[in-house]
Write a protein that binds this ligand. Sequence first.
Ligand code: DNO
Length: 390
Amino acid sequence: MEKTWRWFGKKDPISLDMLRQIGVEGIVTALHDVPNGEIWTLEAINDLKGYIENAGLHWSVVESLPVSESIKYAGVDRGKLIENYKISLNNLGKAGIKTVCYNFMPVIDWIRTDLHRKLEDGTYTLYFDKIRFAYFDCYILNRTGAEKDYSVEEMKLVNELDKTITSAEKDDLIQTIIVKTQGFVNENFKGNVQKPVELFNQLLALYKGVDKTQLRENLKFFLSSVIPTAEEHGINLCVHPDDPPSAVLGLPRIVTNAEDIDWILNAVDSPNNGLTFCAGSLSSGLHNNVTELASRFAKRTHFVHLRSTDVSEAGNFIEASHLEGRGHLIELVRIFERENPTLPMRVDHGKLMLDDVNKSYNPGYSFLGRMYALAQLSGIIATVRNEMMK
Ligand code: DNO
């Protein structure tokens, strides 16, 4: 696998020179300043590509070429937005960038409720607490009928939490779920969001009547339109799994398990229609066995995110060490090195450790924590390659 790193562009405090020193081989990035839905011009792509190459690296993967909300709920302007998407793909193809990651999660991308979960050793990791999330749903968004999505026992805990939660904690929950985790990856919440809860509810309303079947049809419509362009340029499009891999807030999610992935790969059966194998997202659902999924889908995987989780029976999950947990990263490296050895992979997320705590990195994207994980994974990759030579 190629060792890549998610870099947030020229404004990223982590410079390309730093990345060269720690053994990064390829860059994962996007034109973060272009608003969602607008065309990525060849000029802008080439400018960033040249900048990366001047530093002695190369632009390996686009993460993400974002899919506009209106394409996901089939709004009136989806035709125009899909045309723009195709032009952007065309331009990426001309520039020679051949792996493009995207996701199809309505309204909200990845979800966490705590960005500073302290571990015994003094480092911090990311955490999802089902009851706090249900609280956000039932008491902060006040979504009609939300209680029905939780068990009686869960609602009991949610109602108890309501008696003790402070307004600072409520505010922190809103900032974490809507602003901090979404702001840097999700156009819906970019910039200075004034009224996050109101905005969130407006977006939820756009999906009234969009169930799983309808969302699948909308994805199929999108893929049928863009995959021919991808084929023409040899671009591998790869959908990112839903994180966590289950329906949330009354919204359908359609990249959650083996059956979903199969459905998508068959919806437009082309090698250019593939998967981003995000071990962290997939492993956070107890229904998923990541090593089975990897063996099954390795040939249609175009990009790998290596991260692990531990999940409780109650549905809470914590981002685990890259050497432990349900992600089984050692086994995944074995599978991918054997089945698809040139795949780009990036270390996904890292702990906050040492001097990281003094910096303001995007949540999950620390420098020292990710560097530490990259070192661990480099060791695994080297070991696996050595095993394979024997
Ligand atoms: C968060 C990421 C996601 C992911 C996008 C891909 O850390 O895993 O934001 O990049 O969903 O489109």
